[in-house]
Ligand binder design. Structure first.
Ligand code: ATR
Length: 269
């Protein structure tokens, strides 16, 4: 069978080794998929060794998503803009890098019936996770896309970085006061510390949606905040995005688009 792996540190908690075999089974394919703990100092050597060993594809997770880009023979435009690579595909001469996170988010929003086109969208948080989703969100034509952080510098940097892709409005959290959004996306890592950024009240429009890039215990603080917002219609965690970005990787590697619903349902059981 073709060999695949996810590399990260820590990686033991990764759900990818549970997702890809289920996708493969949908098409009667045999696929071996492992989780590999790789230290940052060993990244270059491991990537080269896995290529020599004949691996067909790799997923890349924290903390390697930025560093691995420099080890690829080439990277896609969307990965270059995201400044992060999460999917490597084998060529005889080396690895091709891509980023499937943003497309995964847009596909999950579509699956959930959450519209982007013509809607006012807020991304809370301006780090690497935000950078990975901005390009695909701009391509989905929101009426407004705003990114906010505790200080103005990171949002301003992102607005500059993506200016050829569309208008991205930089804000501090405090400066959001008085705004109304149809969709609020949590792209902070605060949930991993059990925290939620302090935001002005009444940011959500009637019937609005709240989407968290985090899932599992890290989703709890944003979920509690979202449930308390007046007019909220949907609160979603990022598990669907995880499965969707995996499906995009699978399609890149094997040319098949898996059915994500049964795989997501199995992960939730
Ligand atoms: P990642 O690369 O995963 O996106 P990051 O860059 O460390 O992670 O952080 C992403 C965002 O989480 C940052 O924008 C950060 O907010 P600031 O830009 O305001 O610093 C936000 N963040 C992390 N911990 C936070 C906390 N405890 N409260 C509020 N925001 C937090």
């Amino acid at each position: 069978p073709s060999r695949y792996a996810v590399i990260g540190q820590p990686v033991a908690h990764s759900l990818s080794p549970r997702i890809h075999p289920q996708f493969a089974a949908q098409f009667g394919l045999a696929l071996q998929y492992e989780a590999m703990d790789v230290a940052p100092a060993d990244l270059a050597a491991r990537i080269a060794q896995l290529h020599t060993d004949g691996y067909a594809g790799l997923n890349v997770t924290l903390p390697h998503k930025a560093a691995v880009a420099a080890l690829c023979e080439s990277v896609s435009e969307r990965a270059a803009l995201a400044g992060a690579v999460n999917c490597l595909s084998r060529r005889d001469s080396g690895w091709i890098g891509d980023n499937t996170d943003g497309e995964g988010l847009v596909r999950d929003l579509l699956r959930l019936g959450i519209a982007i086109a013509g809607r006012r969208v807020l991304i809370v948080g301006a780090g690497g996770a935000a950078r990975g989703i901005i390009g695909p969100l701009l391509a989905a034509a929101p009426s407004e896309l705003v990114v906010s952080s505790r200080n103005p510098w990171k949002p301003e940097e992102l607005a500059e970085r993506f200016k050829a892709q569309g208008a991205l409005t930089p804000r501090t959290h405090l400066a959001l006061k008085g705004d109304r959004y149809d969709l609020i996306i949590n792209a902070t890592s605060a949930g991993h510390e059990g925290a939620m950024p302090r935001l002005p009240s009444n940011l959500l429009a009637e019937g609005g949606a709240c989407y968290d890039l985090s899932y599992g215990p890290a989703h709890a603080p944003f979920a509690a905040w979202a449930q308390s917002q007046r007019g909220v219609a949907v609160v979603a965690d990022g598990l669907g995005m995880l499965v969707e970005q995996a499906a995009v990787s699978f399609d890149i590697w094997l040319g098949h688009r898996p059915d994500t619903d049964p795989v997501l349902a199995a992960l939730r059981r």
